[in-house]
Ligand binder design. Structure first.
Ligand SMILES: Cc1cc2nc3c(=O)[nH]c(=O)nc-3n(C[C@H](O)[C@H](O)[C@H](O)COP(=O)(O)O)c2cc1C
Length: 327
């Protein structure tokens, strides 16, 4: 039984934190695991050529604790850093060359992930232009070659995350095709590429997918804010799992029933800073940290004033002083 099947058997719906670039790194996943974990995590999407270009040649690849116990000077592989987590974590990869997917899958197999996910949904122009990610929706042959290559490269479960079409909804054609590929799991973001995130997700299409699904575990995605919302969507559609992305920006406790206080939110920011320093030191650009302020510093008196001050800070030390003063 794959870990996906175990999750689906244990809990309906199981909950996933969406892969989000510059958000769901190892630090953020650890913060969320400590307060209100989902049932499965995904990494940020990681380019297969970058993995191969930067991968050290003598396995096992061990970003931390290996060699001299240092973090490798390798930004592509930062995305695939894994902590000692209890939550199954899936590495998400993207690209266009099946051979590179094959080799990357081999490398990732040694890193401790529970599965490998192939990004076939990112709608950004640079990825589409080279025929990667959501562009694969119109290239079934390459999509199939990539899935086969990943499967050859790993014994772990293989999944895909995608959208329901490019310009038009193509659920029968595209998702129908993917369901013939014997994937272990499939995440369906219920919008087309053209729709980006501008219209409400088409959960009626996700319900159609569930009817077509056969043995593939289906995870529905789009506009779900929290655990309760996820329960309703699963009931409506029959999806095995529900994935939450931007909902975690509004409430980091969204995978639980907990209502957080101002102190808890600020302490969570403090924890994030601590883990950030411990994990990244000066390896990651300080400005990336600023994205997180609006996740923790919101919905309490004085939040926007504090946020404005934090945005001006240029170091973690200054952030800590500002937080202490506020408390
Ligand atoms: C900041 C940000 C970064 C994202 N990065 C990725 C990514 O790396 N891989 C991916 O498959 N989807 C990515 N997505 C899409 C989300 O995983 C998710 O499909 C989308 O946000 C819809 O879910 P939501 O309505 O719950 O946010 C990203 C979304 C956001 C907002």
């Amino acid at each position: 039984m794959t870990f996906w099947q175990k999750l689906a058997k244990k809990k309906k719906p199981f909950l996933a934190l969406a892969p989000m670039e510059d958000v769901t790194d190892v630090v953020f996943r650890q913060v969320i695991e400590e307060i209100a974990p989902p049932d499965v995590f995904f990494t940020e999407f990681t380019n297969v050529e970058a993995i191969l270009h930067n991968a050290p040649s003598d396995p096992p690849l061990n970003l931390r604790g290996g060699r001299k116990g240092e973090l490798l000077n390798n930004p592509a592989l930062y995305r695939l850093l894994l902590s000692k987590t209890k939550i199954p974590t899936v590495a998400q990869i993207w690209g266009t060359n099946p051979e590179s997917f094959y080799k990357s899958a081999q490398i990732i197999s040694d890193m401790g992930f529970s599965g490998i996910d192939i990004n076939m949904g990112c709608p950004q122009r640079p990825e589409l232009k080279i025929g990667a990610c959501a562009a694969l929706i119109k290239n079934h042959t390459l999509a199939s070659e990539i899935i086969d290559a990943v499967r050859r490269g790993t014994k772990s479960p293989v999944s895909v995350k995608t959208r329901i079409g490019i310009k038009e909804i193509q659920t029968e054609d595209w998702i129908g095709f993917l369901l013939t590929q014997k994937l272990d799991a499939l995440t369906v973001h219920g919008r087309t590429v053209k729709e980006m995130s501008a219209v409400p997700a088409h959960w009626d299409e996700i319900a159609k997918v569930v009817k077509m699904k056969g043995d593939t575990i289906i995870i529905g995605n789009g506009d779900v804010k929290n655990k309760q919302d996820a329960g309703h969507r699963a009931q409506e559609t029959g999806a095995d799992g529900v994935m939450i992305g931007r909902g975690v920006f509004e409430n980091p406790w969204c995978f639980s029933d907990h209502t957080s206080t101002k102190e808890e939110k600020i302490n969570l920011l403090k924890r994030h800073l601590e883990l950030w320093q411990e994990t990244w030191g000066d390896k990651k650009n300080f400005s990336v940290l600023k994205k997180y302020f609006k996740i923790y510093v919101r919905d309490f008196d004085g939040a926007s004033e504090l946020r404005a001050k934090l945005m001006e800070a240029k170091s973690i030390e200054v952030l800590k002083i500002l937080i202490q003063k506020f408390l």
